[in-house]
Design a protein. Structure first.
Ligand code: HEM
Length: 559
């Protein structure tokens, strides 16, 4: 015994014993936490770890409402895979490395879904992760649609696809959501695309020809406002024909005033606190009402509708109206309100996206030179300023800048609600749970993107025109392969933006025509970037927060 004590007392053995005990303590603590996390996570009532920054009672509500910068910083923190505040973070991560994170609101929770696999699960399974609840929020909170319409949309459980969801009892002629979807998507994304592009480009070229900007130039106080107004007019006249703006010239101002608070209203905060926004929205609806009434009394007859006519504009506006007519719930006011939503959707993303696309190019002299060379290669008729559009749109450089612009500046939140209890990775998600997929978490996740080399790094929070280019023996090629579930500017699945093909045309054609006809001199130091207007975080493309004075000069066309 004495010799044993002597042995223990030797310095080496003490050290060994203490370190073994320490190891045991750490291991047992680890196992206990693992067991607790395992039970928590696999139990039916487990909730994902809460995002930091919640306050008592209100949870994250104030952050969603008033502090988008903080929300963005928390999303960035979540992507960085730092511990989220409960036990060991890695135990909460799904095997695919795409954990769920919980935001708390006064009456409900919102689960943020990350990582391509889980995002696919959510956005590609519309029968489980339903869009209707969100569209009802928009109709009720933003457009203040009447209850009979909200009820009708809520009860339509047949989905928007050709085949109704299993178990749906809605007869084919009452499938409002499907019929409206078909009228809108099929035309914008397919048969109606060529005429929309043609009309848009024609309107743009008309502005260029008629603009008072000459070779001595003109200084505009804000390049964003100039581009916004030019694009809005060219797009609205393409979609709705010339009479909407012709009869209601103040529509431009009203729509952008309304847009300022759409995010606020969508979240269900009281509309009466935003009287100016409501007035602007009602004026937009009134303008659309006047336009609809004129279009209805002048509509072309005949079995086959033209793809475009000057009263209805694109055929899809007329087709949508035919769908509304089949449902007694829809009166003039409701039809005009939902067409106002189309007016909003077709403009509010494309305008800031095109602005950033052009700004990133003209604010870099070397990039502008490369872009001009690329654009010149696509000119087919110097006299009429016509391009070979397919050549322009397939340019690797222009496509890379286009994609990088969307990666950097689109911050859209796509909200869904579960129709039944289901599984998402290892988690059990209860029925009626709201989930959100946010493009920002994926677009800013460094693991998804080419970030350059050690010698030439390009972090994800900085714009890099060539991020989407791959070097090959035959020159650089544009690639978005393997970006599924990571590159989400237009969403994913059946609700994916039907305007995406048109949007790409709008952005690249606007750039091409402007750089071929004008020179831009920004009144800002080199490398300056306007701040982002974070007020729009979650609703789509972020506009600039600052004004950008610019001197614009007409130039003799290059070639
Ligand atoms: C850069 C520009 C654009 C971006 C980033 C964008 C983004 C999106 C996203 C993310 C959605 C899906 C939301 C969800 O799944 O919850 C969407 C839907 C929609 N977008 Fe776009 N969009 C753009 C331009 C356009 C244009 C130019 C049009 C019109 C031609 C358009 C028309 C629509 C419509 C009608 C919907 C609703 C689809 C539905 O309810 O099923 N968008 N957009």
């Amino acid at each position: 015994m004495a010799s044993f004590l002597l042995l223990l007392a030797s310095e080496d053995n003490w050290k060994r014993m203490v370190s073994s005990l320490l190891c045991l303590a750490v291991l047992s603590g680890f196992l206990q936490t693992a067991l607790r996390s395992f039970r928590l996570r696999y139990s039916k009532h487990a909730k994902p770890p809460e995002a930091p920054g919640a306050v008592p009672i209100l949870g994250h509500a104030l952050m969603f409402l008033r502090d988008p910068e903080k929300l963005a910083s928390i999303l960035a923190y979540v992507i960085a895979l730092k511990p989220c505040g409960t036990s060991f973070d890695f135990l909460h991560r799904s095997p695919a490395g795409s954990p769920l994170t919980r935001f708390t609101l006064p009456t409900t929770d919102l689960w943020l879904v990350r990582g391509p696999e889980r995002i696919y699960d959510v956005l590609m399974s519309p029968h489980i992760f339903d869009f209707v609840a969100v569209s009802v929020l928009f109709l009720r909170n933003v457009l203040e649609m009447p209850n009979n319409i909200i009820r009708m949309i809520r009860y339509d459980n047949s989905g928007i696809g050709r085949k109704p969801f299993a178990g749906s009892n809605i007869p084919p002629n009452r499938r409002f959501m499907h019929l409206k979807y078909k009228a809108t998507h099929d035309v914008i994304a397919r048969s109606g695309l060529p005429i929309l592009v043609y009309k848009f480009e024609e309107n743009l070229m008309q502005w260029i020809t008629q603009s008072s900007i000459d070779d001595t130039g003109m200084t505009v106080p804000d390049l964003y406002v100039l581009l916004r107004d030019v694009l809005f007019r060219a797009s609205v006249n393409a979609f709705f024909g010339p009479h909407l703006l012709g009869d209601s010239p103040n529509l431009t101002e009203d729509l952008w005033q309304f847009d300022e608070d759409v995010g606020y209203l969508t979240k269900g905060f009281p509309a009466f606190l935003k009287p100016q926004t409501r007035v602007a929205r009602d004026r937009c609806i009134q303008a659309v009402k006047v336009w609809r009434s004129r279009a209805k009394s002048n509509q072309p007859d005949g079995a086959s509708l033209p793809e475009w006519d000057k009263h209805w504009g694109s055929k899809f506006m007329r087709l949508r109206s035919d769908v509304f007519n089949k449902f007694e719930e829809w009166d003039d006011q409701s039809c005009a309100a939902t067409d106002t939503a189309i007016l909003w959707a077709t403009n509010t993303n494309i305008v800031p996206a095109t602005f950033w696309f052009i700004y990133e190019i003209i604010s870099s002299t070397p990039l502008l030179a490369e872009v001009r060379a690329e654009v010149s290669k696509a000119v087919i008729d110097n006299a009429t300023s016509k391009f070979d559009n397919s050549k322009l749109l397939s340019s690797p450089l222009l496509q890379s800048i286009y994609a990088e612009t969307l990666r950097m500046y689109v911050a859209v939140m796509m909200v869904r609600e579960t129709t039944k209890e289901c599984h998402l990775g290892d988690w059990t998600v209860p029925k009626k749970q709201s989930l959100v997929v946010c493009s920002y978490t994926e677009h800013m996740d460094a693991r998804h993107w080419n970030t350059g080399t050690e010698q030439d790094p390009h972090p994800v929070d900085q714009f890099w025109a060539k991020r989407f280019l791959q070097d090959t023996d035959s020159g650089p090629v544009f690639s978005v392969s393997e970006m599924g579930g990571k590159f989400l500017p237009y969403g994913l699945g059946e609700r994916m933006c039907p305007g995406r093909h048109f949007a790409k045309h709008q952005m690249i054609l606007t750039l091409a025509h402007l750089v071929e006809n004008f020179e831009f001199e920004l009144s800002a130091p080199s490398g300056y970037r306007p701040a982002l207007n974070m007020h729009h975080f979650g609703t789509g493309t972020l506009p600039p927060a600052d004004q950008i004075p610019c001197h614009i000069r007409r130039v003799a066309r290059r070639l």
